[in-house]
Design a protein around this ligand. Structure first.
Ligand code: SAH
Length: 394
């Protein structure tokens, strides 16, 4: 992409960039390494590079991620000399919380500012038996799925590992401050803004930190990376790390998927489903793949689509997540009726596919799927396409 759009452009909903505080400025000016973004291997290498023993890595990880300490001077199992050297060579730098919003249903969303002035969002979704944090992996997104408002921003840049992990750090510590039961992160889903598999290395490092016992200690079943279907990266992911995979399917034939999820033109359904099978084969655990399927009225929600879906998923251990479409201005789509969703879900269920209909959460704070940082200027040319009749619409 030649021109990289910025998402901080004017909109009443989007605050103007806030300058980093003087302390932040100092840390950034020193171009110090941000320890927040180093996974165990990288942190061990860092300590060796400054002539220290590797085991310092786990000590410091505990301080940062479990105890929430960002001031080296508080790390009292390190010598004074080491604390001073760390302060000189490194920093522990979080994102700036620009907005902190709480929904009537308990969902909490943060608008977070990056050093370059861009914004991303993270959302905490409490449920009876778990607390899920939805994390962003990129500023904007390049994939331009036709029903997703993030795609309209265009792609700006990948998040660094520290910027991904800062979302987890901030959320876990801000939730802790609430001092209320049930407000703890038990699961992380990389289902916020962006396509994590197009930011592969930083996503993998971030997932490693989420799962590290000296950091967030989440089990491999509680960390999910969601992809629109970047097939070669799915293969690489299966080779390097064991966690849950979610695939945004949304259509059951190439013609429709090419339109809804344009990356399908590059990696069509046959290749995508084959990659899912390979992924399952590589996993040690008896894991399933979560498939996400946004229900668009009259587009992909008919019984014949459900039957196509059953054929497509044959032999793949599946958790099917039906997501009622969250409308946004100018999307050109409508949410499927309750009846259509129930009928669709029943057909899948009768075929033995575990199917859940995802509840829409945090609507009053625009925290639902596909709405993150949504109310900004349309940077894509998609709105022009909507002027013409499109395949599959009623
Ligand atoms: N790029 C990755 C990660 C984003 S996950 C992926 O596509 O999987 C966000 C999920 O919300 C995806 O399944 C996406 O397709 C879905 N989504 C996007 N816009 C939506 C909307 N308006 N309503 C409901 N779901 C939406």
């Amino acid at each position: 992409m030649n021109e990289i759009p910025s998402i901080t452009a004017a909109s009443p909903e989007q605050p103007s960039p806030v300058q980093p505080s003087p302390e932040q400025q100092v840390a950034f000016d020193k171009k110090a390494v941000n320890l927040l973004g180093l996974d165990r291997g990288a942190l061990e290498a860092f300590f060796e590079s400054i002539g220290e023993k590797k085991f310092r890595a786990t000590q410091v990880m505990k301080w940062i991620h479990q105890l929430g300490v960002t001031d080296f001077q508080e790390m009292n199992n390190l010598s004074k000399d080491l604390r001073n050297r760390l302060a000189e060579n490194s920093c522990i730098q979080n994102l700036h919380v620009t907005k902190d919003m709480l929904s009537a249903d308990g969902t909490r969303k943060w608008l977070l500012q990056l050093q370059d002035g861009n914004h991303i969002e993270a959302v905490f979704i409490p449920e009876d038996d778990r607390g899920t944090l939805c994390v962003s992996s990129q500023v904007g997104c390049a994939l331009d799925c036709s029903f997703c408002s993030t795609g309209r921003q265009g792609f700006n840049r990948n998040l660094r590992t520290d910027e991904i992990i800062s979302q987890v750090w901030l959320a876990s510590h801000l939730l802790e401050e609430e001092k209320k039961p049930g407000r703890k992160i038990t699961n992380v889903v990389m289902m916020g803004m962006g396509e994590p598999l197009l930011n592969f290395d930083n996503t993998v490092s971030a997932v490693r930190i989420m799962m590290d016992d000296f950091a967030y200690g989440l089990s491999k079943r509680r960390v999910t990376v969601s992809t629109a279907g970047v097939v070669p990266a799915m293969d690489r992911l299966g080779d390097v790390i064991d966690m849950r995979l979610a695939v945004s399917l949304h259509a059951t034939n190439d013609k429709l998927r090419d339109e809804l999820v344009p990356v399908n033109k590059k990696y069509p359904l046959k290749e995508l489903m084959a990659a899912c099978r390979r992924f399952i084969d590589k996993q040690n655990t008896r894991s399933r793949i979560t498939f996400e399927y946004v229900m668009l009225d009259g587009v992909n929600d008919q019984p014949e689509h459900a039957r196509e879906l059953i054929k497509l998923l044959k032999g793949i251990p599946t958790l099917m997540n039906l997501i009622p479409f969250n409308p946004f201005e100018g999307s050109g789509y409508q949410t499927s009726s309750r009846n259509a969703v129930m009928r669709f879900s029943e057909i899948l269920h009768n075929a033995g596919i575990t199917t859940v209909v995802r509840k829409t959460r945090g609507e009053d704070i625009d925290a639902a799927c596909g709405q993150l940082a949504g109310k900004i200027e349309d940077k894509s040319r998609r709105h022009r396409r909507f002027a013409e009749p499109r395949f599959g619409m009623k």
